[in-house]
Write a protein that binds this ligand. Sequence first.
Ligand code: ADP
Ligand code: ASP
Ligand code: MG
Length: 433
Amino acid sequence: MKFGGTSVGSAQRMKNVVALVKAAGNVTVVLSAMSGTTNSLISLTQSIKDAENANATKQIDDLEKKYHDTARELISDPALLEEASARLDVYFNELRKYLTLPITEKEEKEIVAFGEKLSTMLVSLYMKEKGLNAVLLDATEFMRITPSGEPDQEYVRENVNAVMARYPEAEIFLTQGFICRNHKGEIDNLQRGGSDYSASLIGAAINAEEIQIWTDIDGMHNNDPRFVEGTSPVGELHFEEAAELAYFGAKILHPTCVLPAKYANIPVRLLNTMQPEAPGTVIFNAKPTHTIKAVAAKDNITAIKIKSSHMLLAYGFLRKVFEVFEAYQTPIDMITTSEVGVSVSIDNERNLDKILSELRHYGEVTVDHDMVIVCVVGDLEWQNRGFEAEVVNALKEIPVRMISYGGSNYNISLLIRKEDKIRALQLLSEHLF
Ligand code: ADP
Ligand code: ASP
Ligand code: MG
């Protein structure tokens, strides 16, 4: 059971979480930081870097007060409250040491890790108060990433099971999402929203019956509820459909968190802490339904078109183009080709200038910035008739830069301008759902 930031966002919410855990029985629980804390810690590192000492001190003081207030509201037993308070003092004293340290990427990661440590510490003491037989595990003992930043799944499997085996009597394990160590042994993390990923990695490693992602909405909706009104939850998704939606912008899931569950064939259930009786969404090897299920959008996309300088697309042209992106470690999201050229989209402009200058060896290069990928997901096997027509028809008033279909049985992606995103999402909901 993974509970996100809003789900542990206040003392009352933490109490609700513990009630859900108690009802579930034998579970492993992964927690995020309280909502707002990770952002506060990131802004704290910025203040320290900018030498805004008074500001940084105030940020730590405010955070400290918030956690002491939460502890007092959460815990009634005087001894446990004293323990919470003493532990908070230790954490905040540690945090204050960074005020006088040079902040590199290493310190930034150490600071941002405090959020999950604080939330799990408080919840573990409250579990004790409620008489749960729970053990708090330090995720940095078993969560590890490789030099390329990928989770080291073998290491996780071996170590999480070894750590759990130390407590044969425990009924509940509790641990931090998001945080891990890198190959050098330093504190690191699984990127923003990474607690979902922690949960699926741990779930796969311990061969869980089910991985539950508890959040603030009743499952994966058929469109982005932040931009479209009247969206509704999708009951069932295939692993591939959920993976596409998460990767292409459905914030409810971390972009790659479906993959460990998919490989281990463990169902993932998305549930609402505020409405636990709602059925939510279950992600598994769902049967084809002959329907379009959901739409998502991914921002900050750059489109690059390379028009071959030769008359025809000679063989080897695509390889040369792709090698440029590989050399600069820039993944390609969408590809479309014609006889004379190729367009690709990327989501990171870090090495754009170098990429463009190399691509110019192979032809004429043009770039469109501030684009958005709209991804339509469902049973889009090519023999099914009419779905692609419906998608294109829904967007007939929107200028479309690229269309990609046939890469999988589960999606159609379209590249549009940022300023057309909300309208496009609304049109797709109106026409498809
Ligand atoms: P948590 O803190 O629990 O991880 P997140 O904020 O990361 O929660 O994810 C939940 C949010 O994702 C929802 O409140 C909603 O605004 C957003 N969201 C975006 N797209 C979707 C979608 N297709 N279905 C459901 N929620 C979505
Ligand atoms: N606390 C981290 C974040 O805000 C991880 C998570 O909540 O999933 O990104
Ligand atoms: Mg999240």
